[in-house]
Design a protein around this ligand. Structure first.
Ligand code: DON
Length: 548
């Protein structure tokens, strides 16, 4: 029997100069080594992304997409959107039957669930603009891990085992992930993936969106009746976006604009909570939970109606973030009773059945440049479709569109026109890579996996530090709750609230639903003495901080 790997996992680390927090110790180590070799935070983030694609196949993603927020030491910031987009043959009702009903699983599993991958385009673009080291140096460690193999952790083995049936169903027995039983400590070698990474190393974007890798994706599409075309691949472009920046007291919060809803929603929550003396209410007090849940309810209602890809839909971002509008949104807030979310659908809430698999990485370098990057395949192993000759899984991000108005997706999120499917449109995300300044200086870098719960987790971790006076490790590891308008309930981790608090909230009209875990935050805080504290969430055994 193989022995479980003995990776050094550091959940809470304080170092003088640099920090990387990622979902896997081998990836964090690579990021730290790049910083040691003179790379900047962008170089480290890029190297970590390629490494995660190898050591974290359930969410690492050459076949997916993501968002990156950058704050340079001089205070300048940037954001890049490399979210997947709908194939050009996609259409609004593609997941509905002739009666207009949603066909089960079609947007979540199999070839039609995949959007056009954006990761490689994003990583190449960000490196071209900000990188210091040669791309070869950043990608070589990932190639080595793929070619020589690495020892899988307990968590990885259990995920691989859980999805054996789906791997078999969509890929047949030849997929190297199909195997009776994976055990921690077994060596996972990914020869095809190593070859794809080599092509990216040698040809940049063309190493993925043209030539053998593109052909491998197209072959896969033909075999499974998928619709991603060569034009879709060749036409994919990551987009630079202007980060959303808003003050909260002495802080300045920098976050991701659409096609993620994360930044708008987070900044709405902060603007709405600012007038209330939340710190005097106390952590997880009846007053605090009620107020935060009521804020979250309103914000997710806005998300469902107004947010979508700004290249296709006119999202009124300035209005949504204006003080006036948000003050009005809270006009019907009552400290005594919960507002009823006029329920149009019960919201078939499956979150918690599948664990949270998206990747977040936070990095701060020697000069104080910071990167916050969240990327995903959406579900565990995305669509479960493995591109044979490319060596990677394709995402199932199409499910993040509103496949039918009012019908909840796998996270229970509803949407309408703003997030309806259209050819080449990006599906709305909840990913919230965020960087926070305090009095003009870098203060915090954070983000998380967790689907719809990402936004509330980032909100709560920041409030825990800024208002409830917690240290970063406490703030990340204390229990969390979440309200997303529909379904009309407070989702909470087991043991979040004591009975009396829960009863008092129930008396106000709140309902509850318990889940195992809400989001998995990876964060860095610059401490008053200038040192960096890196925290990986205890909710993922493999979350790890490395620095020096
Ligand atoms: O973009 C989004 O919001 C989702 N596709 C993220 C998925 C995720 O975090 C998976 N974890 N539950």
């Amino acid at each position: 029997m193989p022995e479980a790997p003995n990776y050094l996992i550091q959940k809470n680390l304080v170092e003088d100069s640099v920090m990387v927090v990622s979902p896997h110790p081998l990836a964090s180590e690579i990021g730290r080594d790049i910083l040691r070799a003179g790379g900047n935070a962008i170089d480290a983030a890029v190297a970590v992304q390629y490494a995660i694609a190898v050591v974290y196949p359930r969410a690492g993603n050459l076949g997916g997409g993501g968002f990156m927020v950058i704050r340079q030491a001089n205070g300048e910031n940037a954001a890049i959107d490399y979210r997947e987009k709908a194939p050009s043959k996609a259409s609004r009702d593609m997941y509905l039957d002739s009666l207009g009903n949603v066909i089960p699983d079609l947007s979540t599993e199999g070839h039609l669930a995949a959007g056009v991958p954006g990761t490689v385009s994003g990583l190449i673009a960000v490196h071209e603009k900000y990188g210091k080291l040669d791309l070869r140096q950043l990608i070589e460690p990932a190639i080595k891990l793929a070619a020589e193999g690495f020892s899988i952790t307990e968590t990885e083995a259990s995920r691989l085992n859980r999805f054996q049936e789906a791997f078999q169903k969509y890929n047949g027995p030849d997929c190297p992930f199909v195997k009776g039983n994976w055990q921690a400590g077994e060596v996972l070698k990914q020869t095809k993936l190593a070859q794809t990474l080599e092509r990216i190393r040698d040809q940049g974007k063309a190493g993925f969106y043209a030539g053998p890798t593109a052909e491998a994706i197209l072959t896969e599409m033909q075999q499974g009746n998928g619709i991603i075309s060569l034009e879709d691949l060749q036409g994919y472009e990551a987009r630079w976006r202007t980060p959303l920046v808003r003050p909260y007291k002495d802080y300045q919060v920098i976050s991701m604009p659409p096609s993620s809803s994360g930044g708008v929603a987070l900044l709405q929550m902060l603007e709405m909570i600012e007038p209330y003396p939340i710190s005097t209410y106390g952590f997880h007090s009846v007053e605090a939970v009620h107020l935060m849940a009521e804020i979250e309810r309103r914000v997710y209602a806005d998300r469902a109606e107004h947010l979508g890809d700004t290249d296709f839909f006119d999202v009124p971002i300035d209005t949504l973030l204006s003080k006036n509008y948000l003050t009005n949104r809270m006009a019907d807030f009552s400290p005594d009773s919960a507002t009823v979310s006029a329920s149009i659908h019960a919201g078939n809430f499956t979150i918690g059945l599948e664990s949270f698999e998206t990747t977040h990485t936070s990095v701060v370098d020697l000069e104080g440049n910071a990167v916050s990057v969240t990327t995903t395949l959406n579900s565990n192993f995305g669509s479960k479709v493995w591109v044979d000759e490319g060596g990677f899984f394709l995402n199932n991000e199409m499910d993040d569109f509103s496949v039918k108005p009012g019908v909840p997706n796998q996270f229970g999120l509803v949407g309408a026109e703003a997030n309806a499917i259209a050819p080449n449109k990006r599906m709305l995300s909840s990913m919230t890579p965020t960087i926070i300044e305090k009095n003009g200086d870098l203060f915090m870098v954070l983000g998380s996996p967790g689907g719809s719960t990402i936004i509330t987790a980032v909100f709560q971790v920041f409030i825990n530090v800024a208002e409830f006076g917690m240290s970063l490790d406490q703030a990340v590891n204390v229990k969390r709750f979440h309200h997303q308008w529909l379904p009309d309930q407070i989702l909470m981790e087991e043991g979040t609230l004591d009975t009396a608090t829960q009863e008092a909230l129930a008396a106000k009209g709140h309902q509850f639903h318990e889940v195992g875990a809400i989001a998995v935050v990876k964060a860095i805080q610059k401490l008053p003495d200038g040192r960096l504290q890196g925290v990986g969430d205890a909710r993922n055994a493999d979350d790890d901080a490395k620095g020096f």
